[in-house]
Design a protein around this ligand. Structure first.
Ligand SMILES: [Zn+2]
Ligand SMILES: [Zn+2]
Length: 241
């Protein structure tokens, strides 16, 4: 009763608002209907392995694969993303990552949990993509950790924040897929292999561009004896392939 009264008072004094536009919503952290509709949320049909979205009218059977996965280019066991990287998701991700809008993590992580709902993965641990210490120092937070925490809670598994370190390299900018892969090679170091060996690991990131970051993490984690590596991101670049 006291808790109910306290909650009522808090909601009366600080009514729940959409984190993007500030309009009234029923639950704190949720998007209003208009902001929700602006995103290009990914649902079936999509690649069963990497989650690449297919046009709605494309019928590739019950377990469709994109050309990349069909040719074995995707090394992770499974990847899902909540939405496509476009003007709407960019307008949320950039302030989330660079301007301290950490409250966006609530709706982003909820959408990522939703994106994983029809997979049958059972990770042992959730690992946010590590940030180099120099970036963490300047930014003050790892945006992937903010997304990973509610996901780990929803899956009821622990987070691993310290088994892998990342060394600092200057920003990748708008480089080609091969340049990105080259730039990221060797930046991750497994420092606690005992916590990796035999584990099924779910990697969490805000954006998937070419998949080079996930692929490089997959390489070092498998070399350290991981049993499986999955990935989930809030949004992904989805150029025609
Ligand atoms: Zn809104
Ligand atoms: Zn695919």
């Amino acid at each position: 009763m006291i808790l109910d009264t306290a909650r009522f008072s808090i909601e009366f004094l600080f009514p729940a608002s959409c984190p993007l536009c500030g309009s009234r919503v029923s639950t704190n952290g949720e998007l209003c209907a208009d902001c929700w509709a602006a995103f290009n949320w990914i649902s079936a049909p999509r690649c069963v392995k990497c989650g690449y979205p297919f046009p709605a009218n494309l019928d590739l059977g019950a377990a469709p694969l994109c050309p990349n996965c069909a040719s074995g280019d995707c090394v992770l066991d499974l990847i899902r993303s909540a939405c496509v990287y476009d003007a709407a998701s960019r307008a949320a991700v950039l302030p989330f990552k660079h301007a301290g809008r950490i409250r966006y993590s609530t709706f982003m992580s909820r959408a990522m949990i939703w994106a994983l709902r029809d997979t049958n993965i059972s990770p042992d641990v959730v690992m946010p993509v590590p940030l180099a210490y120099r970036r963490l120092f300047h930014r003050g937070y790892n945006q992937s950790t903010l997304l990973a925490r509610p996901i780990a809670r929803a899956l009821d598994v622990p987070m691993d924040l310290d088994s892998v370190h990342r060394i600092y390299r200057p920003d990748m900018g708008h480089k080609s897929a091969s340049q990105r892969a080259e730039n990221i090679r060797g930046v991750f170091q497994v420092v606690c292999p005992d916590k990796i060996r035999g584990r099924k690991i779910l990697l969490v990131d805000d954006v998937m561009t070419t998949g080079a970051t996930f692929a490089e993490l997959h390489r070092v984690l498998m070399r350290a004896g991981a049993a499986a590596v999955y990935g989930v991101t809030f949004c992904r670049v989805a150029h025609a392939i």
